[in-house]
Design a protein around this ligand. Structure first.
Ligand code: B12
Ligand code: SF4
Length: 378
């Protein structure tokens, strides 16, 4: 089949991070013999319908988060009017938490729930072979009577090494290399993102990460990640890497193993990751530093232990201080994000946050307003 995939951006030109999830789906489709075209645009600004028309897809698939759901819905409506015989589907975070509503609102042929690689490949096969999606796990589909039906949940793939690497070459890669990038001041040219794990075992009340990939961490093998790094160096001359995992350091031995292999391979890459303050130690940090790690981002959230407990963060401010001390001692930049406007938060709590922010001397800090995303405890 010919398939057009569209990742809906918040703000045109503002997205410096390629849509990894959709690129994973694209490569799974290509591996199964489909032809894929891909866009990463704000459709309220950029209309790609002429390019889609030339490609003549059988299926158009959307990927979006909750804040871009409205834009996706509007653009889907416009494309449906222009391409009446084409099938339409959606996947990604918002479609996963609201599959029936999304399918109905966008009048989709089907919505994919959760991890998309295997489900979309199977859905395409089902469409080609019998035009019936009732046997495809992990979808909400429209039946012959126009009723939306949900199929049983698809188990998550245990072995992430089975997925082909994201199809980065389907997007004009240079647009993502604009400074400042995700590692400010470092690797301002030729930086890419990568995920080495899926899933997070924690239960912070504002986070919905578990909805897609569950609460159990699944991690790729060191050699599989090394092979993806090598291929990005060869294909794109990558000089910087940002690991987008929810928590990069869940398994100390794995991180040390990866760091050592990166050194052996002689990659001259500056890299960064995000992790929790209770995961770092001198031992792991010194290995990371030797392998080129220049920055670690921590979601600190609050300087008030009372608020950290309300957020069910599972760490206290003393652990934040210790983590920042260790990271700085190892010559790595430590960055902090904070949340203001939390439930039960008083002015005194916010002042504690400011005091902690000054005390830990983050190399840069970002203060966000707490936002309750759908289907989170918050
Ligand atoms: C890395 C990341 C970022 C990066 C990169 C985002 C990007 N554009 O790729 C940065 C730092 C830029 C970012 C920014 C933001 N993010 Co963010 N981010 C993440 C994070 C940690 C990982 C995403 C990722 O790459 N996953 C790995 C890939 C492989 O998975 P995936 O994208 O989900 O794709 C899979 C499936 O969803 C599915 N799929 C996806 N698309 C499609 C399409 C089709 C057709 C099909 C069939 C399947 C399918 O198949 C894929 C492969 O299995 C998630 C948390 C999480 N663990 O999910 C939050 C998360 C997605 N972010 C979130 C938020 C809120 C934001 C911001 C709004 C934050 C802010 N205030 O600025 C912005 C919005 C930016 C934007 N418009 O994209 C929320 C979304 C909540 C919601 N209800 O929508 C999440 C879930 C975290 C949370 N707080 O709970 N983010
Ligand atoms: S904020 Fe981080 S640690 Fe907390 S649940 Fe989300 S991904 Fe896990």
């Amino acid at each position: 089949m010919r398939i057009s995939l569209i990742h809906v951006q918040c703000l045109e030109g503002n997205n410096i991070v390629p849509p990894l999830g959709l690129m994973y789906v694209a490569s799974a489709l290509e591996e199964n013999g489909h032809h894929v075209q891909m866009f990463d645009v704000d459709p309220s600004v950029v209309d790609v319908s002429e390019k889609i028309e030339k490609f003549r897809p059988h299926l158009i698939g959307f990927s979006f988060l909750s804040m871009t759901h409205k834009k996706a819905m509007d653009y889907c409506g416009a494309l449906k009017a222009r391409f009446p015989g084409t099938l339409f589907c959606a996947g990604g975070y918002h479609a996963t938490i609201f599959p029936e509503e999304t399918a109905r609102q966008m009048e989709l042929d089907f919505a994919v729930i959760g991890e998309g690689e295997e489900t979309l490949v199977e859905a395409c096969r089902a469409v080609e072979e019998k035009g019936d999606l009732s046997g495809v796990a992990g979808v909400v589909y429209r039946d012959d009577q126009g009723q939306y039906r949900r199929t049983p949940q698809r188990p998550l793939q245990k072995n992430l090494d089975l997925f082909p690497f994201p199809a980065r070459r389907l997007l004009p890669f240079d647009r993502y290399l604009t400074p400042p990038g995700l590692i400010r001041g470092y690797a301002t040219e030729r930086l890419t993102t990568m995920v080495t794990s899926r899933g997070c075992p924690y239960s912070c009340i504002y986070c919905g990460s578990w909805q897609i990939f569950g609460r159990k961490v699944r991690r790729r093998s060191v050699e599989n990640v090394i092979s993806e790094i090598r291929s990005t160096v060869v294909q794109f001359g990558i000089k910087g890497l940002y690991f987008c995992d929810d928590i990069f350091v869940t398994d100390k031995d794995w991180v040390i193993g990866l760091s050592r292999r990166m050194r052996e391979e002689g990659f001259r890459i500056e890299w960064a990751c995000q992790t929790r303050v209770d995961t770092v130690s001198d031992e792991v940090l010194s290995e990371m530093k030797k392998a080129g790690c220049v920055q670690i981002d921590f979601g600190v959230e609050s300087g008030s232990d009372r608020i950290l407990k309300v957020l069910r963060k599972g760490v206290l401010s003393a652990q934040v201080e210790e983590a920042f001390r260790l990271v700085h001692k190892n010559g790595i930049r430590a960055c902090a994000t904070f949340m203001l406007g939390n439930p039960e938060e008083t002015k005194e709590d916010m002042e504690q946050t400011l005091r902690l922010a000054k005390k830990i001397k983050p190399d840069y800090a970002i203060f966000y307003y707490t936002t309750p995303y759908p289907r989170t405890v918050l």
